[in-house]
Write a protein that binds this ligand. Sequence first.
Ligand code: GLA
Length: 431
Amino acid sequence: MKRDALHEDPSNIGFPENRPKRVSFATQKFKEIFGNTPTFVASAPGRVNLIGEHTDYNDGYVFPVAIDKYLNIAARKRSDGRVRLHALDVNDSYEFCLDTLPSIHQDTPAWSHYLFGVASLLQTSGKKVSGIDAVITGDVPIGAGLSSSAALSVSTALTFLTASSASRTSESASQSEINNKELAALCQRVEHEFVGVNCGIMDQTISLLGRENQALFLDCRSLEHKHVPLNLAAHYIAICNTKVKRELAASEYNKRRAECERGVAILQQWLPDISSLRDITLTDFKKHEEELPALTQKRCRYVIEENTRVLDAVAVLKTRHLQTSEETEESLIQFGRLMNASHNGLRDDYEVSCSELDLLTDIARNITGVIGSRMTGAGFGGCTVNIVHRDVLETFQTLVKAEYHKHTGIEPEIYLCNVSDGAQVFWNSDF
Ligand code: GLA
């Protein structure tokens, strides 16, 4: 990172804005590939979840932020119903026709499933969808637990909706045709129906609703949400990528979801009013936990405790502006403790961590100035999220890289991120 950023006023800490550069890169590539100028670029960010993991599909609470890593789609409308796509980062092209949408089979590249999945669901929900030429490119690391796939489905949905509304003057019409709640749900269905992951609603929602320097406190049952100012004082969010990804991630994810549902079904015999783990207090759970098979018991306990941790973490951040600087430091420390406890639960009870994620959190927690460290996202590889004091940021990067490499032979990647705005459309005239 730039040395200057370390010495700026803590309230202004951050890194140079990455989005305009990425948008003009996508535009340039479109010109090279299709020989003319795109009309717009639809841009959707990845996310990092600060706390509240595997709670979204249990109707619980989450607390993610959008990060300044984006999936950008530079596009131009076509009038013949054809969709011509070039995925720059995997150097692959694919073409289909909106009248005869492809189905998922071995010959359709995995990345294209998101695109024809979105097109298909928009069409079946009665939305007008037109053909496009598009170049897809991004810097959200793929398969690293930072929601590259939600960024792809959200930017795709915005691309089709914007292309169909044709001109900038009808921008508001296209946005009002479908609200963010519906859009998030549609993108979630793409994962369920075209990708085979029974994910929750967190990733799509934060990619749409992210706000600069604010975290999103989201109730995944009602979808009510609050943006909470993320005043971390002199601390940064540092994301460490294990660079490992387990093959079984999708099937284990679906298994966890099924285990939670099984737990609810059993507990309903004693607690008939519950419909998800979100409805159970820890006290009630303890009265009946012995009725559950051992594994189900561990899974349910983790989710119930994690929901409480999210509420505590949000409360800690919300009251910070009322505090003296010593109290402020203490509440950040509490926030970090909750993050650490979240990781421990994911490792021991929910069993979605892995040795590389545990190693990264162990290394981080041993560095003075690191307030909290936990895995983020679905797990089984991917990334950790760390809250790191600016004074130790360089030490943190050096130590994490050296220690992780020493034990695994892998060079980890470390991303120091700004907390960013959610999905946006940039019109040609703004480039
Ligand atoms: C993935 C899913 C989300 C959520 C997280 C775990 O990112 O897409 O819906 O369940 O895992 O918190």
